[in-house]
Structures are given as C-alpha cells and as structure tokens.
Design a protein around this ligand. Structure first.
Ligand code: NAP
Length: 290
C-alpha cells in the first residue's frame, strides 16, 4: 500500500464501500471505516454535519469517498438537502483530508455526461442531465482542485450481490413471476469485484486525476434481464420488456449511451473490465456461491 499508510473508507456500509473495505482487510491493510451513525467497528461521520471538523485518525494515506445519496430520484426531488451531502459535505471533507496530506479518491459516475455519445473520454467536458449527475460533476470539480492529492473514479453501473434491482429480478423469476425491464435504457455494468480491484490498484500508487471503469459495451436492461434469466435457469418468457418512456415512471433523463472510455485503467494498471454480460455472469455465479 502507498507509503504503508492506512485506508479510510467513508460510507463503509454502502455496497461499494463495504466490499472495498473487505478487500483491503483481506490483504492485511489497516482500514478505518466510517458510516453515518458509527458503531459495529466504524466511526460516525455524517456528510451533512460539519465534516470539515471531523477528527481525522492518524496514519491514513488514502481516503475513499464512497458515501453519497445515490438515488437519482431523491436528488431530483430534494435537490437542496441532497446537495448538502453530495456536494458541500463531500467537498468539505475532501478538502479537510487533503489539508492533512491524505490522498482522496472520489467515486463518481457516467451520469456526469449526457450519454449522447459512447465511450466518453476522461477529459471530455461534463454535461449532466440529472440532478445527481450535476452534483457529482460539481463535487468532482471541487475535489480535483487538490491536484496530486485527488483522484476521481467514474464508474458505470456497478453490479454486485446486494444490488436490489437484479436481486428483485432473480427472486421474481425464481417464483415464476414476470419482470418488466426497460428495452430503451442501457447499462455498461462492471462487477463489484472489478470496481474494488480498480479502486485498490489506484490506492497503491500516487496517480491523480480522472479514471473510468466501464464495460466494453452497453446492453439494454431487457438484454441484461434475459441473460440473467438464462444464467439462473429461469423461463426467459417471464422477461417481458417495456419501454421506459411508456412505463409511467417519471425519469429525469434516459441516456442513449452509458459507456466510458477506460483506456487509462488499462494502460496504467493493466485492468480492462469484462464485457457487460460477463459481469452479469459473475453476479449469477456469486449468488450460487452464497
Ligand atoms: N453502485 C453504482 O452503480 C455506482 C456507479 C457509479 C458511481 N457510484 C458511486 O459510488 C459510491 C458508492 O456507491 P454505492 O452503490 O455503494 O452506494 P450506496 O450503496 O447507496 O451507499 C452509499 C452510502 O452513503 C451513505 N450516506 C448517505 N448519506 C450520507 C451522509 N449524509 N453521511 C454519510 N454517509 C451517507 C449511505 O449510508 P446510509 O446507509 O446510512 O444511508 C450509504 O451507506 C457513491 O458515491 C456512488 O455515487 C456508484
């Protein structure tokens, strides 16, 4: 690990934060976890409550900012309260950590782009079309001001065992009930293990700036669901796709593309995300291993 220091995982009870902390612990790295309320081995840290005054534990070299309000709907419906966490608190904590010499790795999203083109480059101007994406883009900007102490890792959809949507699909299919995934909405999913491997690699070096983690292609939610049904041995006729625009669900924006250009991860760390369908295979496999 970089300079032998400890790792701070902010938001360690979230899907990615929990898996990342676990990955470091399993390799003998000293990990300090924070959760909103603390307890069960974690320190309390609420991004909405004066994070710039948070007492930074000694001996940290890298901090992963995994905490955020991740519901696009909540960000859209409550822009003021979510901004306090996703922008103000996040940037304040990053500045506080950087001032103490701790390198900050911020988890961001393909939604900082509008999705009008595939494989967005790391240096492309951001152009979000959702409140969540707008907040992430603003937080990125504030964090990247810390120069060589700042990394932004933009990830496409990360799929792991705790992901509610895919677990819901699996449970419904296993009960013989139909599911209705969108045929006009795409994802370029990376597995949770790929995402944490990429983040852990970034922690080992002094790299800074922007990295992208993305599958090599987009698949529609309907294609992903059909593939999942096939993999878990469910009846594929139960996958009855619908168009998001006709679903009655109000969505802020439906990106045409979600892929990101991931060549920097490949060139600097030799990491290339598997295809979208392989990420789904990995998820289906992990369920059978549970
Ligand atoms: N999962 C993806 O597909 C994906 C893709 C791209 C980027 N990302 C980014 O990666 C990061 C982690 O994502 P995830 O999927 O692991 O998210 P998650 O499961 O929703 O976890 C987010 C965590 O943030 C915590 N949090 C919310 N408000 C907080 C506050 N005021 N103070 C402190 N903690 C707070 C939540 O705590 P509570 O449980 O107490 O609410 C939760 O544990 C996020 O920044 C997300 O934007 C995720």
């Amino acid at each position: 690990m970089q300079q032998g220091g400890g790792i701070l995982v902010v938001g360690a009870d979230g899907m990615i934060g929990a898996a990342l902390a676990e990955r470091f612990v399993s390799t003998g790295v000293n990990v300090v976890r924070t959760t909103r309320y603390g307890g069960r081995g974690s320190l309390p840290l609420d991004l909405a409550i004066h994070p710039a005054g948070w007492q930074i534990p000694a001996g940290l070299s890298v901090a992963f900012l995994c905490a955020a309000i991740t519901s696009t709907k909540e960000c859209c419906d409550h822009p003021e309260t979510t901004r306090v966490v996703n922008v103000d608190g996040t940037v304040a904590l990053a500045s506080h950590l950087a001032a103490a010499g701790v390198r900050v790795v911020f988890l961001s999203t393909n939604l900082v782009f509008d999705g009008s083109a595939p494989f967005s480059q790391t240096d492309a101007p951001t152009c979000p079309r959702t409140a969540y994406g707008q907040m992430k883009a603003e937080a990125e900007q504030g964090i990247l001001e810390h120069g060589n102490l700042a990394c932004v890792v933009r990830l496409t959809k990360v799929i792991g065992p705790p992901l509610p949507l895919l677990a819901h699909w699996r449970d419904s299919l296993n009960r013989g009930e139909p599911i209705h995934p969108f045929s006009d909405m795409v994802m370029a999913p990376v597995s949770l293990s790929f995402a944490t491997m990429a983040l852990a690699s970034i922690a080992k070096t002094n790299v800074c700036g922007i990295f992208h983690g993305s599958a090599s292609e987009d698949v529609t939610y309907a294609e992903a669901a059909r593939h999942l049904a096939d993999r878990i041995g469910a009846d594929c006729d139960l996958v009855q796709s619908i168009r998001a625009v006709e679903s009655g669900i109000s969505l802020e924006h439906i990106p045409q593309h979600s892929t990101l250009d991931g060549t920097r991860l490949t060139s600097e760390f030799g990491l290339t995300a598997p295809s979208a369908l392989l990420a789904i295979d990995e998820l289906a496999q992990s369920w059978t291993n549970l």
